[in-house]
Design a protein around this ligand. Structure first.
Ligand code: ZN
Ligand code: ZN
Length: 473
């Protein structure tokens, strides 16, 4: 039998099967782009192939109603309630068109390719945030999510709902309306807006609201982390007010913007907001959720922020520092090579500068260069090299796998950061004063703090030969 003549074994059939087995949409798009045969196979059965890849991505799990509601609202180009009287209104929660309960089996079978692709895009963002959440709150040993199926479902469902809230009442809605006209930010309008927000949130049970608080508070933590890590340099453009409430400002832009901020991508920053928008940014989401809990005589949200409402168990909760044996440290504040990268939001380059030995943190010629070196070096590399220097110079050895508290890690930083910077400069091919130009007081030299010429001419990134802090040679 000629198998090519049989439709079951036709080329298109085989190619369709191959495309349907691909694990994600980027693989699918690459295959279509590089091969005409794949392209024609896809054109023959776009919906079926798209749905198969969506199944491979686990898009159709129990969080689908929340995710699909977000996607449908965003694709429908909904409007900010009260934004523009002539514009079509966003249907508030309670409307059959957008209730999660209605988005079940029939809808899954009728999903459009556009909706499936939008779901996959959002899933990628939510997965990345879940990975970070897991490494901070669940199991610090891994950079990918270790949440159980139940915990992961809670997290993702709450994240899609938070995202929808941000899209409906935050920057996205504001941008769609190209801002408000004069007089539409007065107290009455803000009050009405708050009532809309409460209406949205009232549709959820109190435990579901607790989950939303947990994920929204985590998004704020991520934004604050990015700020602490020194990623907000371009934020000079932002007004002082927005910097004051940066965490709310970032949340106002939604989860995707927060994730990008943590990856040091602030290209989404908008700086032309009018002052009258500030009341909508201050306390964004939390003000409304507080009111709803208050109306239900529930605990205030502030006390709920630290409660475990998403994860049931944190792995290694009782662990101690393997160097000083201190047990007074939360598990997430123990560090080894697995999570050094996250340390930047707690010990940013400017903080490392203060750890430098002697008077080096006030060296008048080179501290900017030191900060730049720390900014350019991933912290996993930086702390790895510091421990390498320690292990090369000290009889005692320190394993990179040991879990240390921040205090212990900073002892190594204090002792070896200056040598690390010297090593970095050599690697970069930057000028380093050789030994005959070494200041004999080394890092303890006081003159380096006020005499530029001296600070430039002599190398101070070394231990002192003289103990009195004077002189060059
Ligand atoms: Zn310790
Ligand atoms: Zn000197």
């Amino acid at each position: 039998m000629d198998i090519h003549a049989h439709p079951v074994f036709s080329n298109v059939y085989i190619l369709t099967k191959i495309l349907s087995a691909l694990p994600d949409f980027s693989g699918l798009y690459r295959a279509i782009a590089i091969s005409k045969s794949f392209y024609h196979a896809y054109q023959a059965y776009p919906q079926s192939i798209t749905r198969s890849v969506a199944f491979n991505l686990n898009l159709f799990d129990s969080t689908l109603p929340s995710a699909l509601r977000l996607v449908r609202c965003q694709l429908a180009n909904f409007e900010f309630p009260g934004a523009n009287e002539d514009a079509p209104r966003f249907e508030p929660p309670g409307s059959p068109a957008y209730d999660e309960e209605d988005l079940t089996n029939d809808h899954i079978l009728n999903l459009s390719c556009e909706e499936i692709r939008a779901l996959a895009d959002r899933q990628k963002v939510v997965q990345s945030i879940e990975d970070i959440f897991s490494s901070r709150e669940k199991d610090r040993r891994f950079t990918t999510s270790q949440l159980t199926h139940v915990e992961s479902t809670r997290f993702r469902r709450a994240m899609y709902r938070t995202w929808l809230f941000c899209a409906t009442y935050g920057c996205e809605a504001y941008d769609k309306n190209q801002g408000y006209g004069d007089g539409e930010y007065d107290d009455d309008a803000n009050e009405e807006n708050l009532e809309h927000q409460k209406g949205f949130l009232k549709a959820f049970s109190t435990p579901e609201l607790h989950e939303i608080i947990t994920v929204a508070a985590f998004l704020q933590h991520m934004a604050t982390w990015a700020e602490n890590a020194g990623f907000l340099k371009s934020a000079e453009l932002l007004s002082e007010h927005l910097i004051d409430d940066w965490a709310s400002y970032a949340l106002f832009h939604g989860p995707q913007a927060v994730l990008r901020a943590q990856l040091n991508d602030l290209t989404w920053l908008c700086t032309d907001y009018h002052e009258h928008l500030y009341p909508r940014i201050d306390g964004f989401l939390f003000l409304a959720i507080s009111d709803v809990l208050d109306d239900r005589d529930q605990e205030p949200e502030a006390t709920l922020r630290t409660r475990k409402t998403v994860i049931d168990e944190c792995i290694g909760e009782g662990d101690i520092c393997q160097r000083c044996q201190s047990g007074n440290v939360f598990a997430k504040y123990l560090w080894n090579i697995n999570n050094w990268g996250y340390l930047r939001g707690f010990q940013p380059p400017k903080a490392l500068q203060t750890q430098l030995k002697g008077y080096l943190s006030c060296n008048i010629a080179e501290t900017d260069g030191f900060i730049e070196a720390c900014e350019k070096t991933p912290y996993t590399v930086l702390f790895g090299e510091i421990l390498d220097l320690y292990n090369a110079n000290d009889d005692a050895k320190q394993s990179k796998d040991d879990w240390l508290c921040e205090d212990c890690l900073m002892i190594f930083a204090h002792d070896y950061l200056h040598l690390w910077f010297l090593q970095w400069k050599r690697k970069e091919g930057l000028y380093v004063s050789e030994d005959n130009c070494r200041c004999s007081a080394g890092c303890d030299c006081v003159i380096q703090t006020h005499d530029v010429e001296h600070a430039q001419k002599y190398n101070h990134w070394c231990d002192p030969m003289r103990k009195d802090g004077t002189g060059a040679n």
